[in-house]
Write a protein that binds this ligand. Structure first.
Ligand code: NAD
Length: 355
């Protein structure tokens, strides 16, 4: 059944990594390398089961392909998950994981995600050439690039809903004040936006309150708050039946991967007049930075990343308006069409690959 799912979704490779000593259990999913290496960070999370971890890994890898395509990058989607738990010896596990990435010989290039910050990325980077080094020799702070892109996409979405460009009149609810959410909140506060935020980790919430003046709200209450933007920056799947019923925002723009429980939930937001900007349109800042650094050795300036993502966001929203289709449907169609072209182009040079 697993192999047929992989084949149906056109995944290229799935690697399982285990090590008894360190407690490492991980998956690496490579979705597409038709235009270049598969790029995507490592998520470390205490999954309820191996199949939940695998499912997350596959969905995230597919989303990375979508991001690469919409950001016009010569790369494709990959992702890894490490199953966290009390028996995992973190440093050793990340180092071993880095070694396994090295063995893949550059097919997969890795970096940060939930549960994998600069410390963990540094451990991996000391074992492989194919991990974004968080130090001065690397591409720079990737979560800042993600926050910059998400902020730019949010600006475009807000202008689109009522033409108002004065940020200080806005209220934004940020769910998740971790690496990306904190940076995003910082940018918003610098523009005098009223920011309400939540985090399961009391230390992260307290830091955002203390350093940025974010008004902390209880986890789970974010959806009911009347605001211009609800910005998911924690885990995926938060836009499900129950939360959609409560949602009091005018638009949804955030960096969290796969926030829609399903595409139908995006349809529902569209029908309710809530502008949902797909995650994979706005959250590719780290990917752009990391990919261009890895492939071309240069650090794309944050302003360029913002401009790139603003343009992509505007294009999707305009097409959605013109066709009265939900933005997520428009973006998905664009990704499928362009992925088919990429794969067709590769099949010319690599006839063993099926069209
Ligand atoms: P992170 O682990 O640094 O931060 C996530 C934060 O969310 C943590 O502080 C955690 O305590 C909090 N959280 C978890 N569940 C929550 C809940 N139910 N309610 C409120 N807070 C909750 O991760 P990150 O790197 O900031 O990534 C955030 C999201 O953005 C993830 O979905 C990630 O896949 C996505 N993303 C991150 C990057 C990046 O550059 N780091 C790039 C693209 C996408």
């Amino acid at each position: 059944q697993l192999l047929s799912t992989l084949a149906r979704e056109r995944f290229e490779e799935l690697v399982a990594v285990t090590d008894e000593e360190s407690g490492l259990r991980a998956f690496i999913a490579i979705h597409d390398t038709s235009a270049g290496p598969a790029i995507g960070g490592v998520r470390r999370f205490d999954y309820t089961s191996e199949s939940a971890a695998l499912d997350d890994c596959l969905r995230l890898a597919r989303a990375m392909t979508a991001k690469c395509i919409l950001a016009d990058l010569p790369a494709g989607g990959g992702k890894a998950v490490i199953l966290d738990g009390p028996d995992v010896e973190t440093e050793r596990a990340y180092r071993l994981f880095g070694r396994r990435v090295e063995q893949l010989g550059g097919t997969y290039y890795t970096g940060p995600d939930v549960g994998t910050g600069p410390r963990e990325t540094a451990w991996m980077a000391s074992e492989t050439r194919f991990a974004a080094d968080p130090g001065p020799a690397g591409p720079g702070l990737l979560s800042q690039a993600t926050a910059a892109g998400t902020f730019a996409g949010m600006g475009v979405a807000l202008e689109q809903i009522d033409g108002e460009t004065d940020w200080s009149r806005r209220t934004v609810v940020v769910q998740g004040l971790g690496q990306v959410g904190f940076e995003l909140a910082r940018r918003l506060r610098e523009c005098d936006v009223r920011v309400l935020g939540s985090d399961l980790d009391p230390e992260h919430a307290a830091r955002a309150e203390r350093e940025l003046g974010v008004e902390i709200v209880e986890c789970g209450s974010e959806f009911r708050i009347e605001c211009d933007v609800f910005s998911p920056n924690a885990m995926g799947g938060v836009l499900h039946d129950l939360n959609l019923r409560k949602l009091a925002a005018r638009c949804v723009v955030g960096a969290a991967n796969n926030p829609l429980a399903s595409l139908e939930h995006g349809d529902r937001l569209h029908a309710d007049g809530v502008l949902f900007v797909p995650d994979f349109v706005v959250n590719s800042g780290a990917l752009v930075r990391g990919t261009l650094f890895h492939l071309e050795g240069r650090r794309e300036p944050l302003e360029q990343i913002e401009a790139r993502i603003a343009t992509a966001t505007r294009a999707i929203i305009e097409r959605s308006d013109a066709e009265d289709l939900p933005p997520a449907r428009v973006a998905e169609r664009e990704v499928s069409d362009r992925l088919a072209l990429r794969r067709a182009a590769r099949s010319v040079t690599d006839p063993l690959r099926a069209r």
